[in-house]
Design a protein around this ligand. Structure first.
Ligand SMILES: [Mg+2]
Length: 341
């Protein structure tokens, strides 16, 4: 009770006491990528400019056009631009080119933002430096958006699902707890490996291009190899794997299906909470064992003494009461459990 209560204060909801036992033996922690290790939303992560080009001009003009589009990638560029330059101009003319990008007039410039093919339709080439930036962005699984105006390509913007700021720290701490982190995703190998590198997971511990319905098979296979598996996920597609895992942890920011299937819910939606959850559960289990040892210890020592008539009933009564006080007092120490973050 004290352990689960302290967990609730820290944003870790533990479903039942049997969960505690499972956390002790877990040796592998499978992490869903999107929404668990990453934020699950696109954001603007990098800007590559041609020489002599001002970043603020690129963000103002590209951001203004993208702001008018509802595409998630366009919205990510617009948000990134607003964060850096503040208020964006309103385009004088705007049109969507489905699948390619957007084009329009901003501040008297004819602006294009989108894929390379959009530029080709206007016979605008990509200079060497931007060509390289685009290739390296795409090589690490990011989306490269090209910005051009007045007939010239000016910049490449990198957009991707950003890694949560605490994920790398949490994964390092999970290792300290003796767990091997594994990244599991339906995305392609390049995206998965680039996220894994960012958070400190070796490429050999990346399982990519897994169909949603096959995630549970991955967990089952690891269990067949004798591993005790914890799984952290957020999506509907993680629910079966969360239920199959020896210990299922759901992101509180995730879907109801995932939360329902899991043993533990991390209200904060942050991987550091998974570290707290495992530490707290292990500590609680340790406390239960100490309590059992002392509760039995008293009886084992006192019963023969009492039977032999060597124990004053008054003292025996006091000792009996004291053992309960000890157990409660020892358990209450869990209230001081501190988050490692
Ligand atoms: Mg997910």
């Amino acid at each position: 009770m004290v352990g689960t209560g302290r967990g609730a204060q820290l944003g870790v909801l533990i479903k039942g006491p049997e969960v505690l036992e499972n956390t002790r033996r877990v040796d592998t922690i499978v992490l869903d990528k999107t929404g668990t290790v990453t934020t699950g939303a696109m954001s603007l992560l990098g800007i590559h400019l041609v020489e002599g080009q001002e970043e603020t001009d690129v963000l103002r003009l590209a951001g203004a056009l993208e702001h008018a589009s509802e595409h998630p990638i366009a919205q990510a560029v617009a948000r990134g631009a607003i964060a850096k330059v503040g208020v964006l101009p309103v385009p004088e003319d705007f049109s969507n080119v489905p699948g390619l990008g957007v084009q329009g007039m901003v501040d008297g410039h004819a602006v294009l933002v989108g894929r390379e093919r959009l530029l080709r339709e206007w016979s605008i080439g990509l200079p060497e430096s931007l060509q390289r930036a685009k290739k390296s962005a795409e090589g690490s699984g990011r989306t490269a958006i090209i910005v051009a105006w007045d007939g010239e390509a000016r910049a490449v913007l990198e957009v991707a699902d950003a890694v949560k700021p605490t994920s790398a720290q949490a994964i390092a701490q999970l290792r300290l707890l003796g767990l091997t982190p594994v990244l599991l995703t339906g995305d392609n190998q390049a995206i998965a490996e680039s996220v894994a590198a960012e958070v400190g997971i070796a490429p050999s511990d990346v399982i990519a291009e897994v169909m949603p319905e096959d995630k549970v098979e991955v967990v089952r296979k690891m269990q067949a190899e004798g591993r005790i598996v914890a799984m952290v996920g957020d999506g509907v597609n993680d629910a079966a794997a969360l239920a199959q895992a020896d210990l299922g942890l759901a992101m509180g920011t995730g879907t109801d299906a995932a939360i329902e299937a899991a043993d533990l819910t991390l209200v904060r939606g942050d991987l550091l909470a998974a570290v707290d959850a495992i530490r707290l559960a292990r500590r609680t289990l340790g406390t239960i064992k100490t309590n059992l040892f002392w509760a039995f210890g008293y009886n084992v020592a006192a019963l023969p003494l009492a039977a032999a008539g060597l124990l004053n009933p008054m003292i025996a009564g006091a000792a009996m009461a004291f053992s309960s006080v000890f157990v409660v007092g020892n358990s209450l120490r869990l209230r001081n459990f501190q988050t490692g973050a």
